[in-house]
Design a protein around this ligand. Structure first.
Ligand code: DGL
Length: 272
């Protein structure tokens, strides 16, 4: 059995591309349809009701592209709108549970930090899941509200004083608590990983949810007989709700391929 339909991936903006990058590494022949809601980003400062409404529209768009599976490549949607998946006719993969498992496996001192958007941190979902896997763990959580606007504006250079000082200020509680493992609980944050590494030091493990999530996608497709039989390199189709210059430049940088503006299609997501 095989399923040659594309994998659907969505996020509020650029962040989900960090998951796409891992999917390409692990499932290079699969076609991917990516939707980034660049017009309505950030999600993480919105109410849970609004995030759920956005998630349903994003999922409806991907279903209109006949995807075989939907990945919510967004920590915020995964934390507060996972139940929108109950209405879907295709399998759904989120990013929180896989990151929590990876963190519990990685920590040596049991002190795990979690950074994410306000909505993600307020949901306390990471803490609940980590403690259910490992009740002895100490979980230190911090919302980093300015990280998403930094990334969406293309401010990602660790040598830039604004980027470095912003990251340092938000991560101070993690250093103070002595975490040895830090979950990047928002998929935008791996794009800032050089700055995060510079602040946290080489000995702290950074958990990028994309790696474990791509593994979960692979296992699901394998177990359901839904892998593609495509023998070529998979194609990625990019859709956004607003064509911003940073989307194309950061996507090209991150994925190591040309994602110029004429390869990105604009979608009227509010009409769905
Ligand atoms: N990448 C999204 C996440 O993982 C960012 C959310 C936002 O737009 O605030 O949470």
């Amino acid at each position: 059995m095989a399923d040659n339909r594309p994998i659907g991936v969505f996020d509020s903006g650029l962040g989900g591309l960090t998951v796409v990058k891992e999917l390409v590494k692990q499932l290079g022949n699969e076609n991917i349809v990516y939707f980034g809601d660049t017009d309505r980003v950030p999600y993480g400062t919105k109410s849970n009701e609004t995030i759920k409404k956005f998630a349903r529209q994003d999922e409806a768009f991907l279903l209109s592209k006949d995807v075989k599976l939907i990945v919510a490549a967004c920590g915020t949607v995964s934390s507060v709108a996972g139940d929108t998946a109950d209405e879907l006719p295709v399998p759904f993969i989120e990013v929180v549970s896989h990151a929590c498992k990876a963190a519990v496996n990685a920590t040596k001192n049991g002190k795990i930090g979690v950074i994410g958007t306000s909505a993600t941190i307020n949901s306390d979902e990471h803490r609940k899941q980590i403690l259910s896997l490992s009740p002895e763990s100490q979980v230190i959580c911090q919302s980093c509200t300015l990280f998403v606007p930094l990334v969406e504006s293309g401010w990602i250079d660790e040598n830039d004083v604004v980027v470095y000082e912003t990251v340092k200020k938000y991560l101070a509680p993690m250093i103070e608590a002595g975490v040895d493992t830090l979950i990047l609980g928002c998929t935008h944050y791996p794009i800032l990983s050089s700055a995060i590494k510079k602040v946290m030091g080489e000995n702290v493990s950074l958990i990028n949810a994309g790696t474990a999530t791509a593994q979960a996608v692979k296992e699901l497709l394998e177990s359901q007989g839904m892998l593609s039989t495509n023998t070529q390199k998979g194609k990625i189709s990019y859709f956004v709700s607003d064509i911003t210059p940073s989307f194309s430049s950061i996507a090209s940088l991150l994925l190591g391929q040309d994602v110029s503006e004429n390869k990105v299609t604009q979608v009227d997501i509010n009409s769905l």
